[in-house]
Write a protein that binds this ligand. Structure first.
Ligand SMILES: [Zn+2]
Length: 257
């Protein structure tokens, strides 16, 4: 009898300590490189992770007009298993698409990786030759303010590639992303009701950022921003779920249209 009770007790403890099974959707998948739609179907099924397929929309990108939005939407309607996302590019996208075209997507996201600086230079901070850092601290202030401004003013659901730093500064993430700068972004997202992506490829934002954002009541999404089909399912996000104590309720899910 005693033995049975002990067994029961151990079983209950083990059950209670199981981490909650959180269902994750990768909302930042691009049909790029060798990731064709057929490969995306296969990979999503094999890894049991639903996808949102996002298309880049903006000046100099594959989709630049309402008519191109219509065609993409029509193409994707053959694949109802996927969410369909708009990656809004640069800051020009606001003038390129009608509200009706934007509303065709299940969700809209953007990042703060393209912006015009105080000297009028158009920065694309993932390209070293197009990143203008005269002074790192000033650059950082401008970047944090820009990200907060984008979140506050553009009609988006998710801020992606969050807290991304140019290559030459990325090794000092914690130095540049001070609490004050993090909170500028977090407060803007809270105010605007914008979710923040946990990005598997760049492994950002940091646990410190995620904990502060969670405490502020921000919702998260998972995204990869893949360049081909070689990306690992969800390891950084799973790691952050554990480290930051995230639950299903902390994740935002779009509605399929
Ligand atoms: Zn992307």
């Amino acid at each position: 009898m005693m033995k049975n009770l002990t067994f029961l007790f151990v079983a209950i403890v083990i059950f209670a300590c199981q981490p909650e099974k959180i269902e994750l959707i990768d909302l930042h998948v691009h049909l790029k490189g060798d990731l064709t739609i057929e490969e995306a179907i296969k990979k999503s099924e094999a890894e049991n992770i639903p996808y949102g397929i996002a298309v880049n929309c903006g000046l100099g990108f594959p989709v630049q007009t309402d008519a191109q939005v219509d065609s993409f939407r029509q193409y994707m309607s053959q694949y109802p298993q996927f969410y369909v996302g708009m990656q809004a590019e640069g800051r020009e996208w606001l003038h390129l698409f009608s509200p009706e075209a934007i509303a065709q997507f299940d969700y809209v996201f953007t990042d703060a990786m393209t912006f015009t600086d105080a000297k009028g230079r158009r920065n694309r901070i993932w390209i070293p030759e197009e990143t203008y850092v005269d002074n790192e601290e000033e650059f950082m202030d401008y970047l944090a303010t820009t990200a907060a401004g984008i979140i506050a003013t553009e009609p988006i659901d998710i801020y992606v590639n969050p807290t991304y730093l140019p290559e030459q500064m990325a090794d000092r993430y914690d130095q540049f992303w001070t609490i004050e700068r993090m909170d500028r972004v977090i407060n803007a997202a809270k105010e605007a009701g914008v979710a923040i992506e946990i990005n598997n490829r760049f492994r950002i934002p940091s646990a410190t950022f995620i904990k502060r954002a969670k405490a502020a009541g921000i919702k998260f999404t998972m995204g990869t921003n893949n360049i081909d089909k070689n990306f690992d399912g969800s390891s950084y996000t799973r790691e952050m779920i554990k480290t930051c104590g995230l639950t299903q309720d902390d994740f935002w899910v779009p509605e399929k249209k």
